[in-house]
Design a protein around this ligand. Sequence first.
Ligand code: NDP
Ligand code: GDR
Length: 371
Amino acid sequence: MSAESEGKRQKTAAKEPRTKVALITGITGQDGSYLAEFLLKKDYEVHGVIRRSSSFNTGRIEDLYQDPHLDTRKLFLHYGDLTDSTNCFEIISTVRPDECYNLGAQSHVKVSFEMSEYTADTDGIGVLRLLNAIRSAGLVEKCRFYQASTSELYGLVQEVPQRETTPFYPRSPYAVAKQYAYWIVVNYREAYGMHASNGILFNHESPRRGPTFVTRKVTRAVARIYKGMQDCLYMGNIDAKRDWGHARDYVQMMWIMLQQDTPDDYVVATGETNTVRLFIELAFKCAPVGIEIGWKGKGVDEVGFDKANPDRVLVRIDPKYFRPTEVELLIGDPSKAKHKLGWEPTTKMQDLCSEMVLADIALVEKGDMTS
Ligand code: NDP
Ligand code: GDR
Protein backbone atom coordinates (compact mmCIF):
# COMPACT_ATOMS: atom_id res chain seq x y z
CA MET A 1 0.00 0.00 0.00
CA SER A 2 1.35 3.43 -0.85
CA ALA A 3 1.42 6.35 1.59
CA GLU A 4 1.17 10.01 0.86
CA SER A 5 1.07 13.34 2.55
CA GLU A 6 -2.36 14.75 1.93
CA GLY A 7 -1.21 18.34 1.44
CA LYS A 8 -4.63 19.85 1.01
CA ARG A 9 -7.03 16.99 1.52
CA GLN A 10 -8.63 18.51 -1.52
CA LYS A 11 -12.02 17.15 -2.49
CA THR A 12 -12.82 15.23 0.69
CA ALA A 13 -12.45 18.29 2.90
CA ALA A 14 -14.87 20.32 0.81
CA LYS A 15 -17.71 17.79 1.10
CA GLU A 16 -20.82 18.79 3.06
CA PRO A 17 -22.11 17.63 5.46
CA ARG A 18 -18.61 16.92 6.64
CA THR A 19 -17.95 13.44 8.00
CA LYS A 20 -15.86 13.16 11.15
CA VAL A 21 -12.11 13.01 10.66
CA ALA A 22 -9.96 10.72 12.80
CA LEU A 23 -6.19 10.50 12.97
CA ILE A 24 -4.63 7.25 14.21
CA THR A 25 -0.97 6.93 15.09
CA GLY A 26 0.07 3.26 15.11
CA ILE A 27 -2.52 2.38 12.42
CA THR A 28 -0.31 -0.47 11.20
CA GLY A 29 -0.34 -2.14 14.62
CA GLN A 30 -2.84 -4.61 16.08
CA ASP A 31 -5.13 -2.01 17.66
CA GLY A 32 -4.70 0.57 14.91
CA SER A 33 -5.95 -1.88 12.30
CA TYR A 34 -9.06 -2.83 14.31
CA LEU A 35 -9.77 0.82 15.15
CA ALA A 36 -9.42 1.93 11.52
CA GLU A 37 -11.85 -0.80 10.48
CA PHE A 38 -14.30 0.25 13.20
CA LEU A 39 -14.16 3.97 12.30
CA LEU A 40 -14.45 3.35 8.56
CA LYS A 41 -17.62 1.33 9.26
CA LYS A 42 -18.90 4.40 11.10
CA ASP A 43 -18.20 6.42 7.98
CA TYR A 44 -15.28 8.39 9.41
CA GLU A 45 -12.58 9.78 7.18
CA VAL A 46 -9.57 7.96 8.65
CA HIS A 47 -6.00 9.22 8.49
CA GLY A 48 -3.19 6.99 9.67
CA VAL A 49 0.46 7.61 10.41
CA ILE A 50 2.79 4.98 9.02
CA ARG A 51 6.55 4.67 9.39
CA ARG A 52 8.85 4.42 6.46
CA SER A 53 10.35 0.94 6.40
CA SER A 54 12.42 -0.98 3.89
CA SER A 55 9.73 -3.63 3.59
CA PHE A 56 5.93 -3.36 3.69
CA ASN A 57 4.56 -2.78 7.18
CA THR A 58 0.92 -2.34 6.16
CA GLY A 59 -0.10 -6.03 6.18
CA ARG A 60 -2.71 -5.54 8.90
CA ILE A 61 -4.51 -2.78 6.98
CA GLU A 62 -4.16 -4.30 3.52
CA ASP A 63 -7.88 -5.20 3.47
CA LEU A 64 -8.79 -1.56 4.08
CA TYR A 65 -6.72 -0.32 1.17
CA GLN A 66 -8.51 2.03 -1.19
CA ASP A 67 -7.21 3.18 -4.56
CA PRO A 68 -5.62 6.63 -3.97
CA HIS A 69 -7.24 7.84 -7.19
CA LEU A 70 -10.77 7.24 -5.95
CA ASP A 71 -12.65 10.40 -4.95
CA THR A 72 -14.75 8.34 -2.56
CA ARG A 73 -11.91 6.91 -0.54
CA LYS A 74 -11.97 7.32 3.23
CA LEU A 75 -8.53 6.06 4.26
CA PHE A 76 -5.47 8.30 3.96
CA LEU A 77 -1.94 7.43 5.04
CA HIS A 78 0.88 9.79 6.00
CA TYR A 79 4.50 8.99 6.63
CA GLY A 80 5.45 10.00 10.12
CA ASP A 81 7.13 9.23 13.39
CA LEU A 82 6.37 10.23 16.96
CA THR A 83 10.01 11.17 17.48
CA ASP A 84 9.74 13.96 14.88
CA SER A 85 8.06 17.13 16.23
CA THR A 86 7.88 18.91 12.88
CA ASN A 87 6.28 15.92 11.28
CA CYS A 88 3.72 15.59 14.12
CA PHE A 89 2.78 19.26 13.70
CA GLU A 90 2.56 19.02 9.89
CA ILE A 91 0.24 16.02 10.04
CA ILE A 92 -2.00 17.44 12.77
CA SER A 93 -2.28 20.86 11.14
CA THR A 94 -3.00 19.35 7.71
CA VAL A 95 -5.49 16.69 8.77
CA ARG A 96 -7.18 18.89 11.44
CA PRO A 97 -8.73 15.80 13.08
CA ASP A 98 -11.88 15.80 15.20
CA GLU A 99 -10.45 12.82 17.04
CA CYS A 100 -6.82 11.81 17.48
CA TYR A 101 -6.05 8.29 18.71
CA ASN A 102 -2.44 7.95 19.84
CA LEU A 103 -1.71 4.23 19.55
CA GLY A 104 1.82 4.52 18.17
CA ALA A 105 4.47 3.16 20.53
CA GLN A 106 7.46 0.90 20.98
CA SER A 107 5.05 -1.45 22.71
CA HIS A 108 7.22 -4.40 23.72
CA VAL A 109 8.04 -4.41 27.43
CA LYS A 110 11.08 -6.67 27.19
CA VAL A 111 12.50 -4.71 24.24
CA SER A 112 12.13 -1.49 26.26
CA PHE A 113 14.95 -2.66 28.55
CA GLU A 114 17.18 -2.84 25.48
CA MET A 115 15.91 0.33 23.78
CA SER A 116 15.13 2.43 26.82
CA GLU A 117 15.91 5.87 25.42
CA TYR A 118 14.05 5.29 22.16
CA THR A 119 11.08 3.95 24.11
CA ALA A 120 11.05 7.04 26.35
CA ASP A 121 11.23 9.29 23.30
CA THR A 122 8.43 7.58 21.39
CA ASP A 123 6.09 6.48 24.18
CA GLY A 124 6.64 9.41 26.54
CA ILE A 125 7.76 12.54 24.70
CA GLY A 126 5.91 11.46 21.54
CA VAL A 127 2.64 12.13 23.37
CA LEU A 128 3.82 15.58 24.40
CA ARG A 129 4.72 16.31 20.77
CA LEU A 130 1.22 15.41 19.61
CA LEU A 131 -0.48 17.42 22.34
CA ASN A 132 1.70 20.44 21.59
CA ALA A 133 0.96 20.05 17.88
CA ILE A 134 -2.77 20.15 18.63
CA ARG A 135 -2.27 23.33 20.65
CA SER A 136 0.02 24.98 18.11
CA ALA A 137 -2.41 24.19 15.30
CA GLY A 138 -5.20 25.91 17.25
CA LEU A 139 -7.20 22.69 17.57
CA VAL A 140 -7.70 22.52 21.34
CA GLU A 141 -11.45 23.11 21.02
CA LYS A 142 -11.92 20.87 17.99
CA CYS A 143 -9.72 17.83 18.53
CA ARG A 144 -10.44 15.12 21.11
CA PHE A 145 -7.45 13.03 22.15
CA TYR A 146 -7.15 9.37 23.15
CA GLN A 147 -3.99 8.09 24.81
CA ALA A 148 -3.16 4.37 24.79
CA SER A 149 -2.31 3.99 28.46
CA THR A 150 -1.64 0.61 29.94
CA SER A 151 -2.07 -1.77 32.86
CA GLU A 152 1.75 -1.93 32.94
CA LEU A 153 1.49 1.33 34.93
CA TYR A 154 0.36 -0.77 37.93
CA GLY A 155 3.53 -2.88 37.78
CA LEU A 156 4.45 -4.08 41.23
CA VAL A 157 1.20 -5.08 42.91
CA GLN A 158 -0.23 -2.39 45.20
CA GLU A 159 -3.87 -3.49 45.15
CA VAL A 160 -6.03 -6.06 43.32
CA PRO A 161 -8.07 -5.81 41.26
CA GLN A 162 -6.43 -2.73 39.78
CA ARG A 163 -8.71 0.22 39.17
CA GLU A 164 -8.40 3.90 38.18
CA THR A 165 -7.41 4.89 41.73
CA THR A 166 -4.76 2.20 42.26
CA PRO A 167 -1.29 3.75 42.68
CA PHE A 168 1.15 3.27 39.80
CA TYR A 169 4.44 1.40 40.27
CA PRO A 170 5.94 0.95 36.78
CA ARG A 171 8.44 -1.89 36.33
CA SER A 172 10.02 -1.26 32.93
CA PRO A 173 11.33 1.61 30.80
CA TYR A 174 8.15 1.09 28.72
CA ALA A 175 5.89 1.54 31.73
CA VAL A 176 7.86 4.54 33.03
CA ALA A 177 7.53 6.24 29.62
CA LYS A 178 3.81 5.43 29.60
CA GLN A 179 3.49 6.93 33.08
CA TYR A 180 4.88 10.24 31.77
CA ALA A 181 2.39 9.99 28.89
CA TYR A 182 -0.51 9.32 31.26
CA TRP A 183 0.24 12.36 33.40
CA ILE A 184 0.95 14.76 30.55
CA VAL A 185 -2.50 13.90 29.19
CA VAL A 186 -4.07 14.63 32.57
CA ASN A 187 -2.02 17.81 32.90
CA TYR A 188 -2.96 19.19 29.46
CA ARG A 189 -6.60 18.38 30.17
CA GLU A 190 -6.47 20.38 33.40
CA ALA A 191 -4.16 23.15 32.18
CA TYR A 192 -5.63 23.84 28.75
CA GLY A 193 -9.10 22.31 28.90
CA MET A 194 -8.26 19.71 26.26
CA HIS A 195 -10.67 16.84 25.70
CA ALA A 196 -7.93 14.29 26.41
CA SER A 197 -8.54 10.85 27.93
CA ASN A 198 -6.47 7.86 29.01
CA GLY A 199 -7.68 4.34 28.32
CA ILE A 200 -5.86 2.13 30.82
CA LEU A 201 -6.10 -1.01 28.77
CA PHE A 202 -5.18 -4.42 30.11
CA ASN A 203 -3.62 -6.97 27.73
CA HIS A 204 -5.69 -7.53 24.62
CA GLU A 205 -4.90 -10.00 21.91
CA SER A 206 -6.15 -11.28 18.56
CA PRO A 207 -4.93 -13.17 15.52
CA ARG A 208 -3.30 -9.83 14.55
CA ARG A 209 -1.19 -9.68 17.72
CA GLY A 210 2.52 -9.16 17.10
CA PRO A 211 4.30 -12.55 16.99
CA THR A 212 6.66 -11.84 19.92
CA PHE A 213 3.94 -11.12 22.49
CA VAL A 214 3.28 -14.13 24.65
CA THR A 215 -0.18 -15.25 23.44
CA ARG A 216 0.70 -15.06 19.76
CA LYS A 217 4.11 -16.61 20.32
CA VAL A 218 2.32 -19.57 21.91
CA THR A 219 -0.46 -19.91 19.32
CA ARG A 220 1.99 -19.67 16.41
CA ALA A 221 4.18 -22.33 18.01
CA VAL A 222 1.20 -24.61 18.63
CA ALA A 223 0.21 -24.26 14.97
CA ARG A 224 3.74 -25.00 13.80
CA ILE A 225 4.15 -27.96 16.20
CA TYR A 226 0.75 -29.30 15.10
CA LYS A 227 1.90 -29.14 11.46
CA GLY A 228 5.29 -30.71 12.25
CA MET A 229 7.30 -27.55 11.54
CA GLN A 230 8.64 -27.03 15.06
CA ASP A 231 9.44 -29.35 17.97
CA CYS A 232 9.46 -27.22 21.05
CA LEU A 233 8.34 -23.86 22.44
CA TYR A 234 10.82 -21.86 24.57
CA MET A 235 9.27 -19.60 27.21
CA GLY A 236 10.15 -17.16 30.00
CA ASN A 237 8.10 -16.65 33.18
CA ILE A 238 5.08 -18.89 32.69
CA ASP A 239 3.65 -18.09 36.12
CA ALA A 240 2.96 -14.43 35.28
CA LYS A 241 -0.76 -13.66 35.35
CA ARG A 242 -2.56 -11.47 32.86
CA ASP A 243 -6.10 -10.19 32.29
CA TRP A 244 -6.50 -11.01 28.57
CA GLY A 245 -9.29 -9.62 26.39
CA HIS A 246 -9.94 -9.33 22.66
CA ALA A 247 -8.54 -6.29 20.81
CA ARG A 248 -11.73 -5.94 18.75
CA ASP A 249 -13.76 -5.31 21.95
CA TYR A 250 -11.20 -2.88 23.32
CA VAL A 251 -10.96 -0.49 20.36
CA GLN A 252 -14.68 0.21 20.72
CA MET A 253 -13.98 1.61 24.16
CA MET A 254 -11.41 4.03 22.70
CA TRP A 255 -14.13 5.48 20.50
CA ILE A 256 -16.80 5.51 23.23
CA MET A 257 -14.44 7.49 25.49
CA LEU A 258 -14.10 10.23 22.88
CA GLN A 259 -17.89 10.49 22.41
CA GLN A 260 -18.38 11.61 26.03
CA ASP A 261 -19.03 15.28 26.88
CA THR A 262 -16.34 15.11 29.55
CA PRO A 263 -12.89 13.55 29.11
CA ASP A 264 -11.84 11.02 31.74
CA ASP A 265 -9.59 8.00 32.39
CA TYR A 266 -10.92 4.44 32.33
CA VAL A 267 -9.68 0.93 33.09
CA VAL A 268 -10.57 -1.45 30.25
CA ALA A 269 -10.25 -5.10 31.29
CA THR A 270 -12.21 -8.36 31.60
CA GLY A 271 -11.85 -8.70 35.39
CA GLU A 272 -10.40 -12.21 35.06
CA THR A 273 -6.79 -13.24 35.31
CA ASN A 274 -4.93 -16.36 34.19
CA THR A 275 -1.35 -17.61 34.07
CA VAL A 276 0.74 -17.87 30.93
CA ARG A 277 1.01 -21.56 31.88
CA LEU A 278 -2.77 -21.98 31.58
CA PHE A 279 -2.79 -20.14 28.24
CA ILE A 280 -0.17 -22.61 26.94
CA GLU A 281 -2.23 -25.59 28.14
CA LEU A 282 -5.39 -24.23 26.53
CA ALA A 283 -3.64 -23.44 23.25
CA PHE A 284 -2.34 -27.01 22.87
CA LYS A 285 -5.85 -28.32 23.64
CA CYS A 286 -7.37 -26.05 20.95
CA ALA A 287 -5.56 -27.68 18.04
CA PRO A 288 -7.90 -29.94 15.97
CA VAL A 289 -6.17 -32.96 17.54
CA GLY A 290 -5.67 -31.50 21.00
CA ILE A 291 -2.63 -32.21 23.13
CA GLU A 292 -2.79 -32.33 26.94
CA ILE A 293 0.27 -30.79 28.53
CA GLY A 294 1.78 -32.12 31.77
CA TRP A 295 4.57 -30.38 33.71
CA LYS A 296 7.63 -31.73 35.48
CA GLY A 297 10.84 -30.28 36.92
CA LYS A 298 11.40 -26.93 38.60
CA GLY A 299 12.51 -23.42 37.70
CA VAL A 300 14.50 -23.17 34.46
CA ASP A 301 14.55 -26.99 34.28
CA GLU A 302 10.78 -27.28 34.18
CA VAL A 303 9.36 -28.79 30.99
CA GLY A 304 5.92 -29.22 29.51
CA PHE A 305 5.32 -32.64 27.93
CA ASP A 306 2.64 -34.39 25.92
CA LYS A 307 0.67 -36.45 28.49
CA ALA A 308 -0.12 -39.06 25.83
CA ASN A 309 3.61 -39.44 25.13
CA PRO A 310 5.63 -38.29 28.16
CA ASP A 311 8.96 -38.44 26.29
CA ARG A 312 7.76 -35.73 23.92
CA VAL A 313 8.85 -32.41 25.46
CA LEU A 314 6.93 -29.51 23.93
CA VAL A 315 7.73 -26.60 26.25
CA ARG A 316 11.06 -25.57 27.80
CA ILE A 317 12.16 -22.56 29.81
CA ASP A 318 14.81 -20.21 28.41
CA PRO A 319 16.09 -17.57 30.86
CA LYS A 320 16.65 -15.14 27.99
CA TYR A 321 12.91 -14.47 27.97
CA PHE A 322 12.85 -13.33 31.61
CA ARG A 323 12.71 -9.59 32.29
CA PRO A 324 15.00 -7.72 34.72
CA THR A 325 11.88 -6.69 36.62
CA GLU A 326 8.59 -8.49 36.06
CA VAL A 327 4.92 -7.60 36.45
CA GLU A 328 3.61 -10.74 38.13
CA LEU A 329 -0.11 -10.11 38.42
CA LEU A 330 -2.58 -7.99 36.49
CA ILE A 331 -6.33 -8.10 36.97
CA GLY A 332 -8.43 -5.09 36.13
CA ASP A 333 -11.67 -3.79 37.59
CA PRO A 334 -13.63 -2.37 34.63
CA SER A 335 -16.62 -1.21 36.80
CA LYS A 336 -16.23 2.46 35.91
CA ALA A 337 -16.30 1.72 32.15
CA LYS A 338 -19.29 -0.57 32.65
CA HIS A 339 -21.33 1.82 34.77
CA LYS A 340 -20.48 5.15 33.13
CA LEU A 341 -20.12 4.04 29.52
CA GLY A 342 -22.12 0.81 29.37
CA TRP A 343 -19.12 -1.11 28.04
CA GLU A 344 -18.75 -4.89 28.51
CA PRO A 345 -16.08 -7.17 27.07
CA THR A 346 -17.64 -9.95 24.97
CA THR A 347 -14.83 -12.48 24.52
CA LYS A 348 -13.70 -15.07 27.05
CA MET A 349 -10.05 -16.08 27.17
CA GLN A 350 -10.84 -19.64 26.01
CA ASP A 351 -12.57 -18.33 22.87
CA LEU A 352 -9.78 -15.84 22.21
CA CYS A 353 -7.18 -18.60 22.50
CA SER A 354 -9.10 -20.92 20.20
CA GLU A 355 -9.60 -18.16 17.58
CA MET A 356 -5.86 -17.42 17.63
CA VAL A 357 -4.77 -21.07 17.36
CA LEU A 358 -7.14 -21.77 14.46
CA ALA A 359 -6.07 -18.59 12.66
CA ASP A 360 -2.41 -19.56 13.01
CA ILE A 361 -3.06 -23.08 11.76
CA ALA A 362 -4.79 -21.53 8.72
CA LEU A 363 -1.72 -19.32 8.14
CA VAL A 364 0.63 -22.31 8.35
CA GLU A 365 -1.56 -24.18 5.89
CA LYS A 366 -1.34 -21.22 3.52
CA GLY A 367 2.43 -21.23 4.00
CA ASP A 368 2.27 -17.69 5.36
CA MET A 369 4.06 -17.30 8.69
CA THR A 370 5.39 -13.83 7.97
CA SER A 371 2.77 -12.01 10.09
P1 NDP B 1 1.67 -2.76 18.18
O1 NDP B 1 3.06 -2.97 18.62
O2 NDP B 1 0.94 -3.84 17.45
O3 NDP B 1 1.62 -1.45 17.25
C1 NDP B 1 2.39 -0.31 17.55
C2 NDP B 1 2.21 0.69 16.44
O4 NDP B 1 3.01 1.85 16.73
C3 NDP B 1 2.67 0.20 15.06
O5 NDP B 1 1.82 0.75 14.08
C4 NDP B 1 4.06 0.79 14.94
O6 NDP B 1 4.50 0.96 13.61
C5 NDP B 1 3.82 2.14 15.60
N1 NDP B 1 5.05 2.81 16.04
C6 NDP B 1 6.09 2.28 16.69
N2 NDP B 1 7.03 3.20 16.93
C7 NDP B 1 6.58 4.36 16.39
C8 NDP B 1 7.09 5.66 16.26
N3 NDP B 1 8.28 5.98 16.73
N4 NDP B 1 6.35 6.60 15.64
C9 NDP B 1 5.13 6.29 15.13
N5 NDP B 1 4.59 5.07 15.21
C10 NDP B 1 5.30 4.10 15.83
O7 NDP B 1 0.84 -2.32 19.47
P2 NDP B 1 -0.70 -2.57 19.84
O8 NDP B 1 -1.53 -2.29 18.66
O9 NDP B 1 -0.83 -3.83 20.57
O10 NDP B 1 -0.92 -1.41 20.92
C11 NDP B 1 -1.36 -0.11 20.55
C12 NDP B 1 -1.03 0.87 21.66
O11 NDP B 1 -1.68 0.47 22.86
C13 NDP B 1 0.45 0.97 22.01
O12 NDP B 1 0.68 2.31 22.38
C14 NDP B 1 0.60 0.06 23.21
O13 NDP B 1 1.69 0.49 24.00
C15 NDP B 1 -0.72 0.28 23.90
N6 NDP B 1 -1.24 -0.81 24.70
C16 NDP B 1 -1.38 -2.06 24.15
C17 NDP B 1 -1.95 -3.06 24.87
C18 NDP B 1 -2.13 -4.43 24.31
O14 NDP B 1 -2.38 -5.38 25.10
N7 NDP B 1 -2.08 -4.62 23.01
C19 NDP B 1 -2.45 -2.83 26.26
C20 NDP B 1 -2.28 -1.46 26.71
C21 NDP B 1 -1.70 -0.50 25.95
P3 NDP B 1 5.17 -0.28 12.79
O15 NDP B 1 4.03 -1.15 12.34
O16 NDP B 1 5.87 0.42 11.69
O17 NDP B 1 6.08 -0.98 13.75
P1 GDR C 1 3.15 -7.59 28.37
O1 GDR C 1 2.89 -8.68 27.23
O2 GDR C 1 4.56 -7.52 28.79
O3 GDR C 1 2.13 -7.86 29.43
O4 GDR C 1 2.82 -6.23 27.59
P2 GDR C 1 3.68 -9.97 26.76
O5 GDR C 1 2.71 -10.77 26.01
O6 GDR C 1 4.97 -9.63 26.13
O7 GDR C 1 4.03 -10.70 28.17
C1 GDR C 1 3.03 -11.15 29.05
C2 GDR C 1 3.66 -11.99 30.15
O8 GDR C 1 4.15 -13.20 29.59
C3 GDR C 1 5.43 -13.46 30.14
N1 GDR C 1 6.19 -14.33 29.24
C4 GDR C 1 6.60 -14.03 28.00
N2 GDR C 1 6.40 -12.92 27.25
C5 GDR C 1 6.91 -12.91 26.00
N3 GDR C 1 6.69 -11.83 25.22
N4 GDR C 1 7.65 -13.94 25.50
C6 GDR C 1 7.89 -15.07 26.23
O9 GDR C 1 8.55 -16.00 25.77
C7 GDR C 1 7.33 -15.11 27.53
N5 GDR C 1 7.34 -16.05 28.51
C8 GDR C 1 6.65 -15.56 29.53
C9 GDR C 1 6.05 -12.08 30.29
O10 GDR C 1 7.17 -12.13 31.16
C10 GDR C 1 4.85 -11.31 30.83
O11 GDR C 1 4.74 -11.49 32.22
C11 GDR C 1 1.71 -6.16 26.69
C12 GDR C 1 2.08 -5.14 25.60
O12 GDR C 1 1.09 -5.17 24.62
C13 GDR C 1 2.18 -3.74 26.18
O13 GDR C 1 2.34 -2.80 25.12
C14 GDR C 1 0.89 -3.44 26.94
O14 GDR C 1 0.97 -2.15 27.52
C15 GDR C 1 0.64 -4.49 28.00
O15 GDR C 1 0.56 -5.76 27.38
C16 GDR C 1 -0.67 -4.26 28.75
